[in-house]
Every structure is written in C-alpha cells, then in structure tokens.
Design a protein around this ligand. Structure first.
Ligand SMILES: [Zn+2]
Length: 246
C-alpha cells in the first residue's frame, strides 16, 4: 500500500494509475488562520497534508493538494488570517468534485481538518446530489472528530478542556510531532478552558471574546511523543470512517 501526490504526477501517469485501479482521491480542506501565539497560521493545512497522506496510504489512494484557505471568519481579528465566505468555499467543493468526476475516479473523499469548514462542507455536500459513477463522501462529523481527539488526550491524562478545540494540547502535540521547528512552546499560554458546549455560539462570534491569544485549551502539557500517538489514533479513526461508508 502506498499513496501518490496527485500534483506531482503527469496527466498520463494519473490516467494510467486510475486505469490500474487507484481510483480513490482524497481532498483535504484546511485553513490559513491564527493558532495562538505558539502555532503557525498553516496548522490546519499541515494537518490536512499529513492526515490526508496517511489515510491515502491506507487506502492506496491519490492525495490531492490541500485547499489551504477555509472558513475562518471567527479568527479574522487576528493578523494574517485569510477567510473564505461560505458560498466561495461551497463553490470550491462543487468545482473540485466536478473536475475529478470527469477522470474515472470511483471515490472522492472530502476531508476537512479545520472546524469552520465542517458546516459549509455539509451544506455543499447536501446540494451536490448523486454524481454519476462516483461515490463522493464528506467527513462532516465534527463532534465525532472532537470526541476522538479528547479520547486520545485522555490517554495522556489530559482533560478535554486542556486538550481543547483550537491550539490546545491535542493540536499542539500533533504539531510538535509533525513540524517541531514551527512550534514556539516558550509562547504557549493557557487559553479558554471553560465548558465549550455552552459557548460554541460565542466561538463563531469571534474567538477573541473567549481568549485574547486565540486559544481554546491549554497547549502547555503538549509533547511530541503524545502527538505521535494522537496522529496514529486519528488516522485510524478517519480510515475506519471511510471504510464504513462503503
Ligand atoms: Zn487548527
């Protein structure tokens, strides 16, 4: 089992691979948005690249380039964040699926790695309807993903509030494992660690209302070793989800 980066192939190679049975393609949807004072703006795009690749390996699939802009309006008060409107995002989804549907792929997997993309992706997916000869599947279970992350963090003795929904222990550990040179642990500070379910609406009004650094969770207990385990846990979770859609 191996995977192939779609954009590193020639069109003739892509055609041949599809003909030989490599007929699944994964498209990750990340973001370019603030991730506190300690993580880079490209964090969710890195997660798209890395989770996308690892799941593609398990599926013997192609990995398309990660879409590096997402729906990040609730982060716009922080410099550098680039946000797409929901309508723009949905048109990208529609156009990506329409393009790939023409080439013989039998399965297109849409994989968001940024919380703000889940709802617009679900809406775009609902509007798509059936595509001839292609199974399009969209991972829209944000709650399932968050719970899987909390479960992983719990195995390191970290509670859900610290694990966090944005730049907390879980995401910071992943980045320490994947891109340690881009993590500034000396700037890691505790963010919002209250009850998330009660303030979800406030998150989408602007994350600065909850924490001035833009963090939900506590990155300070993060470690690379934990991140390696969280990565494996999440790849397994995502792979099982894809398999369950058969
Ligand atoms: Zn993130």
């Amino acid at each position: 089992m191996t995977a192939i980066h779609l954009d590193r192939m020639t069109w003739t190679e892509v055609k041949l691979e599809i003909k030989n049975g490599r007929d699944t393609v994964i498209v990750p949807f990340g973001s370019t948005e603030q991730h506190g004072r300690h993580l880079p703006l490209g964090t969710d795009a890195v997660l798209g690249d890395e989770f996308g690749w690892a799941v593609a390996v398990r599926l013997d699939a192609f990995l398309a380039p990660t879409v590096r802009f997402g729906c990040s309006e609730h982060h716009l008060s922080f410099p550098g964040t680039i946000s797409l409107g929901d309508e723009t995002f949905q048109r990208i989804v529609t156009d990506v699926v329409a393009s790939l549907s023409r080439h013989g792929f039998r399965r297109i997997v849409l994989l968001p790695t940024h919380g703000g993309n889940f709802k617009p992706l679900a809406e775009a997916f609902a509007k798509l309807g059936p595509v001839e000869n292609v199974q399009v599947i969209a991972f829209t279970d944000l709650e399932g993903l968050v719970n899987a992350a909390f479960k992983s963090s719990n195995s390191s003795g970290v509670n859900p509030a610290q694990s966090g929904a944005h730049s907390g222990e879980w995401e910071t550990s992943l980045m320490l494992a994947l891109r340690p040179e881009q993590v500034k642990m000396d700037h890691a500070a505790e963010g919002f660690v209250g009850e998330l379910s009660e303030i979800m609406a406030k998150v989408f009004d602007g994350i600065q209302n909850l924490d001035e650094n833009g963090v939900l969770g506590d990155p300070r207990p993060a470690t690379a070793a934990a991140g390696e385990k969280y990565f494996e846990d999440m790849v397994e979770f995502l792979y099982q989800w894809v398999e369950d859609q058969r």
